[in-house]
Design a protein. Sequence first.
Length: 508
Amino acid sequence: MTVQSSVPLVFMSGIDKIFFENYANRSVDFELGRGEVHALLGENGAGKTTLMNVLAGIYTPDAGKIYIEGREARFASPKDAIASGIGMVHQHFMLIPALTVWENMILGMDGVPFVIDKRVVAEKIMELSERYSLPVDPEAVVLALSIGERQRVELLKMLYRGARVLILDEPTSVLTPQETLDFFSTLRKMAAAGHGIVLISHKIEEILSIAGRMTVLRKGKCVGTVESSQAGRETLAGMMMGRPVENARKKKSARPGGTALSCGKLSARGDRDSRTLRDISFELREGEILGLAGVAGNAQDELCETLAGLRIPDSGEIILRGENVAGMGPRDFIERGVSYIPVDRKGTGLVPNMNMRENIALKRYWRKPAACGRFMLDWDFLDDLSRSLADAYGIQAIPAGSPVRVLSGGNLQKLMLARELSSKPSVILAMHPVWGLDIGAAEFVRERILEEREKGAGILLVSDDLDELFEMSDRIMVIFGGRIMGIADDPGDVSKERIGLMMAGMAV
């Protein structure tokens, strides 16, 4: 039963937040009740995460007030917000990679004794893990965890610290459909117990199934708040974009050519020095999208890193243009036409403290026309290239020399896509390319991927979203435990349930 009260759990009134003389939020009101799941929608750069960062104490508002259970609150830091029962799980995780799960759990907490009883901490983590169906190993080092596992740690960390308000930024982006259903079941239990939950998401269908109310932001301003019973996909999408949403271009039939890349009995070790990839064999053809389905943590990362030259295989072969390149370095793979779009935009894909032209230069600094001489770069060329790519990919303009960390997630993804596709690749390894993107940005990215397919590139598309894989892929390959469970040559002839069984480890 939903807990109700006339006094909202959270009320934000007239919030302004300004960066570089631009309003990220302008006179925004937001309300969250006890026992409510309230969705926050908007395109990338609309100000959703900024608003929630204000509530979480990460940013100080330039104007406006915050009330917690009717009392005005002022947060000088996230520590103050956590003390008031507010916890936030960010899209880009806030964990210390070199520490274990249990060490991250208590890091920065008040009242931690000088001598810590690890067993007590681990037992509480396991109790929360079982109660909310969020399995993690308290002893595991965060660096060795998958993206999905790190998300569980972030959520458990907030629960461990007694958060009554949970702010979740794109929480289902690394979950399978089955896991999403279980996760939403957990959220409903938490809401019934009186927690207030803010859900930042771009998946409108999911939002409609879980949220009671939706607040839409556009260009930093609040467009409106609607009840789920009065909202539909077209209504919400129109509010987000400020115009009717155009239908996505229909995918043309595949015309696969020769072999773009092939693997034979490929095996490799993971970060924990255990054998992760196990005798992987498959063929990627020119002019096709081969979807890779699997639950997060089943060696998708290790496979793509090995195919990009970032991880040295133990055995097996990788054939590119008739040559076995297994064991060569990343530059050798780049020179042979391999582009890699990792899931981690700010960690692996881009250097946040570098500016746009410097990030563009990362894939071409050793060759002409970017290189002029042995130790010099042609910065005029890179400036022109950066401007042309920004125009072509609709990347938000920022002051010259500004670090790319000021860009929204969607603009970061567009920048990474622009850099990787501008080199005319023959093989594209795309890991969760629309992760955390709004409707407009996601459709833009899919359009670019389909264009590369039509140009003849072979594309390995890694996604946890089965709807996306069925929509985009010409064939679907399933991975479990580092092994290929099977390949569906015609996705139209196989059900999602069958693919789901294979994702769970059943050879079908």
